[in-house]
Design a protein around this ligand. Structure first.
Ligand code: NAD
Ligand code: TYD
Length: 349
């Protein structure tokens, strides 16, 4: 039995990954390690939570005593590290939370791995990272594996720092690692602070849809299930000590994405005039202009390609949010209301 820790497994991408691994790896014991912040929710794992090969641990990865105790209780062979503060707008409001989890949390896990995995070459520390570490592109440019790091938000700076620490542990201590940097994910279970689920929930509630600035900023979108399939393949066949770029070659201006969501929502629900909800609001400070990825040729050579088309993925995602009103109510209760008022109160009047 291979013992695998998935940190951040109760979050958006983490829950897709845990479900995928439970269903495809019959000889793996999956341990979800999650602090259950506002973004983590055991409901995301409802269908696998009590599976005989799944164990949940509520742990803050930056708390070295808790990580040490957990290591004694359930020492891992593989760490799939997804736990993070993940929202750029929140990183602008409170950067230290991002340093705590994304930097200190990552190094705390690396320290435990360094101590306990000494001399083992059959282990893996897999760092799930973002294309945002590469900064912002001009029209027509793409990120590649050769792009230099140039993080420009507190979020991307904290992820870049974490990536650098992972490489440093590989170089200095011989830690077997992999890093993948992926574009913007979407799909079911995404916390409704991010552009796509925020737009869908505002469509459902017929509220103004806030588009920052001119709406011409570009993000490269991929369905979370395609991301998870790439991670699975790289765990099996990715070269240790390497970095891979994951993307579905789907860069789109935000306004185009929001308009598409409006059209699909109207088609699916029989509503009309959703586009009139689009409201241009004050831009995000330091808003990166364009992210676009040339996925690693070696990832394609291993046989990975995205399976979910953007329109079909968005249709399925809208349908999921429409059929999960209780999930939405619960994740948006409490502290999220305060964040939402602070973030959008003035912008949307
Ligand atoms: P998310 O915000 O939905 O989930 C993050 C999870 O981490 C939550 O379950 C939260 O409870 C947990 N967590 C936060 N702080 C913790 C701590 N100190 N200790 C333990 N658990 C903690 O994030 P996501 O969108 O699922 O992203 C997962 C990973 O993928 C992150 O590392 C992110 O940087 C990376 N990533 C995300 C995207 C994207 O578009 N969402 C794209 C590329 C890479
Ligand atoms: P987001 O989902 O926050 O992801 P990231 O900032 O990590 O790319 O935002 C995606 C894009 O959508 C980004 O260019 C900012 C923009 N955006 C809006 O226009 N309005 C919003 O309310 C949000 C949350 C984002």
């Amino acid at each position: 039995m291979v013992r695998v820790w998935v940190t951040g497994g109760a979050g958006f991408i983490g829950s897709h990954l845990v479900r995928h691994l439970i269903h495809t790896k019959s000889d793996w014991e999956i341990h979800t390690i999650d602090a259950l912040t506002y973004a983590g929710n055991l409901e995301n794992l409802a269908d696998v939570l009590d599976h005989k090969r799944h164990i949940f641990h509520k742990v803050d990865i930056a708390d070295s005593n808790s990580v040490e105790n957990l290591w004694t209780e359930a020492p891992p062979d593989i760490i799939l590290h997804l736990a993070a503060e993940s929202h750029v707008d929140r990183s602008i409001l409170s950067p230290l939370d991002f340093v705590h989890t994304n930097v200190l949390g990552t190094v705390t896990l690396l320290e435990a791995a360094r101590r306990h995995w000494r001399g083992r070459s059959d282990t893996l520390f897999y760092q799930v990272s973002t294309d945002e570490v590469y900064g912002s592109l001009a029209e027509g440019e793409f990120f590649s594996e050769a792009s230099p790091y140039d993080p420009r938000s507190p979020y991307s700076a904290s992820k870049a720092a974490a990536d650098h620490f992972v490489r440093a542990y590989g170089h200095t201590y011989g830690l077997p690692y992999l890093i993948s940097n992926c574009g913007n994910n979407y799909g079911p279970y995404q916390f409704p602070e991010k552009l796509i689920p925020l737009t869908i929930t505002h469509l459902m509630e017929r509220k103004p849809i806030p588009v920052y600035g001119s709406g011409q900023n570009v993000r490269d979108w991929i369905h979370a299930e395609d991301h998870v399939r790439a991670i699975d393949l790289l765990i099996q066949r990715g070269q240790r000590g390497r970095t891979y770029l994951i993307g579905a070659e789907n860069p789109r201006p935000n306004l185009e994405v929001v308009r598409l969501l409006c059209r699909l929502y109207d088609e699916l629900t029989g509503s009309s005039g959703s586009e009139s909800l689009i409201t241009f609001v004050k831009d995000r400070p330091g808003h990166d202009f364009r992210y676009a990825i040339k996925p690693s040729p070696s990832l394609k050579a291993l046989g990975w390609s995205p399976q979910v088309s953007f329109e079909e993925g968005l249709r399925q995602t809208i349908a999921w949010y429409l059929s999960h009103p209780d999930w939405l109510d619960r994740v948006r209760s409490g502290a999220y209301q305060d964040y939402y008022r602070f973030q959008y109160g003035e912008r949307l009047g």
